[in-house]
Design a binder for this molecule. Structure first.
Ligand code: GLN
Length: 492
């Protein structure tokens, strides 16, 4: 029983169904690991031990009574951006450090209905703005592969818990790469679904036209199980789409790599700052896919240079609007002894928000202001459409598009990159969100410092099954996704 954390989601599900172990045993196993190992990784903001054990007992009863689902009794960690009823939901901000959500996000509610056991809520960049999970209020989560390095962000806590085996899988959100980049930095598989596939209800908003939740796990197969729970229309989210949901697990072998046309954007491999090891590992993985029968096709994505400026106008603009609700009156942080209403607003917001969040509110407010709206916001929306059209044109000729997920591997905590240096690190992920497309990260090897490298595959709209399937075939033929960080091998 000491190695329950090494089992895949399918093995855990089968083990529970065959009564090889109980959900209580499994949950206690993870809680013990968290107590021992998370002092080093610092991924959990809140551990919900008591509630988890109660959920585990309920799951065991359901399994005994014969009304379990595939995932009944499996533990999960939620990014602390998903509202959880009765449990603190911070979005990684001091602003919400005292916020106990009165309701569950749809993703959380669906997890509960499927019988998942919530281990707790995990760290992230404040309001999902960032790429490192160096959180000004809750501390820096560590990369399990090297504790001196960042796990990536903003879903860095979600990546770290899975990579350190402190949860078998986790939810994440991706507005500009926040599932794919931390998955890449931590050697995991992570799927950013098509915009509208997963409900945003109860997911604290950053940039609403791009925010999308998705699964983070060790393999495409593990992600498929969680996607089956997360995906689907939700009347409570007007942008969630009324479209039949695939069975992602049974579709895992439905796409053949043989004959699959993979587009290689010329512009992506000439990006300044693309690390040589990252480039080499990604190219090797493409070679492997070619050996498996894929056809590599060079393509052009001419709008590449516009990705960073377009995203970094639209995302802050939406953020400045979304974050207006945190005014120190209705909920969240309130400053001490305000002298009047203006003072209350000003000090609550300047004390409650960290530097990066304040920077984005300022940029966004400026871009939306009467005199600059046309020059910045409207123009960015037009460029956004061109970026989308660029992809649609490419998909006339290829099935998927390959890219690195990030130009580098995980850098050191405290590297203190300037905002523009930091933003440039998102070059490979932003366009997918601007266009609303699905994309997946798969681990494809290591750099010279033994830090993971990720391959990103971008699909056409609603091609989640295809992306999971292609990565699944790749993972059947390779073993990168089975490699574990030393800290994950430690027993509690
Ligand atoms: N790193 C990007 C940003 O800072 C993406 C974040 C995200 O996807 N939530 O905005």
């Amino acid at each position: 029983m000491s190695d329950l954390h090494r089992l895949s989601i399918r093995e855990l599900s089968e083990g529970l169904a065959q009564a090889k172990f109980s959900s209580r045993e499994l949950t206690e196993h993870y809680l013990k690991r968290i107590a021992k190992i998370d002092t080093q990784v610092q991924s959990y903001i809140t551990v919900t031990a008591e509630q988890a054990l109660a959920q585990a007992d309920a799951a065991d009863a359901a399994i005994k009574a014969g009304h379990a689902t595939t995932l009944t009794g499996l533990p999960i960690a939620h990014k602390d951006i998903f509202c959880t009823q009765g449990i603190k939901t911070t979005a990684g901000s001091k602003m919400l450090d005292n916020f106990i959500s009165p309701y569950d996000a749809t993703v959380v509610a669906k997890g509960k209905a499927a019988g998942l056991v919530t281990l707790g809520k995990v760290n992230m960049d404040e309001f999902a703005m960032g790429s490192t999970s160096e959180n000004p209020h809750f501390g820096s989560t560590k990369n399990p592969w090297n504790l001196e390095h960042v796990p990536g962000g903003s879903s860095g806590g979600s990546a770290a818990v899975v990579a350190a085996d402190l949860a078998p899988f986790a939810t994440g959100t991706d507005t500009g790469g926040s599932i794919r980049q931390p998955a890449s930095f931590c050697g995991l598989t992570g799927l950013k679904p098509t915009y509208g596939r997963v409900s945003r209800f109860g997911m604290i908003a950053y940039a609403s036209s791009m925010d999308q939740g998705g699964p983070m796990a060790r393999s495409a197969e593990d992600c498929a199980y969680l996607m089956n729970v997360m995906a689907g229309h939700d009347a409570k989210d007007s942008t969630s789409v009324q479209k039949e949901v695939d069975d992602y697990v049974s579709n895992l072998n439905n796409t053949s790599v043989k004959g699959l046309r993979i587009g290689i954007p010329k512009q992506y491999f000439n990006v300044q700052g693309l690390d040589a090891d990252v480039k080499a590992r990604v190219e090797e993985s493409l070679k492997k896919l070619e050996e498996m029968g894929a056809i590599l096709v060079e393509i052009n994505l001419n709008m590449t240079e516009a990705y960073v400026p377009t995203y970094y106008l639209i995302a802050p603009a939406e953020a400045s609007s979304n974050l207006q609700r945190f005014d120190g009156v209705r909920y969240g942080y309130r400053c001490e002894n305000p002298v009047d209403l203006m003072d209350l607003y000003k000090r609550s917001r300047s004390e409650g928000f960290g530097t990066e969040v304040q920077r984005r509110i300022l940029i966004g407010t400026y871009a939306l202001s009467a005199g600059y709206y046309d020059a910045y916001y409207v123009k960015a929306q037009k460029v956004r459409r061109l970026i989308q059209q660029d992809f649609l044109k490419a998909f006339e000729n290829v099935d998927v598009i390959a890219a690195p997920s990030a130009p580098t591997t995980a850098y050191k905590i405290g590297a203190n990159l300037s905002p523009t240096e930091m933003y440039l690190g998102d070059i490979y992920t932003l366009a997918v969100n601007l266009a609303g497309l699905p994309a997946i990260n798969a681990p494809v090897g290591f750099d010279k410092n033994n830090l993971p490298v990720g391959l990103q595959l971008i699909g056409n709209y609603w091609s989640e099954s295809q992306l999971l399937s292609v990565v699944h075939q790749y993972q059947q033929a390779t073993d990168w996704h089975t490699k574990r960080a030393a800290i994950a091998e430690e027993n509690a």
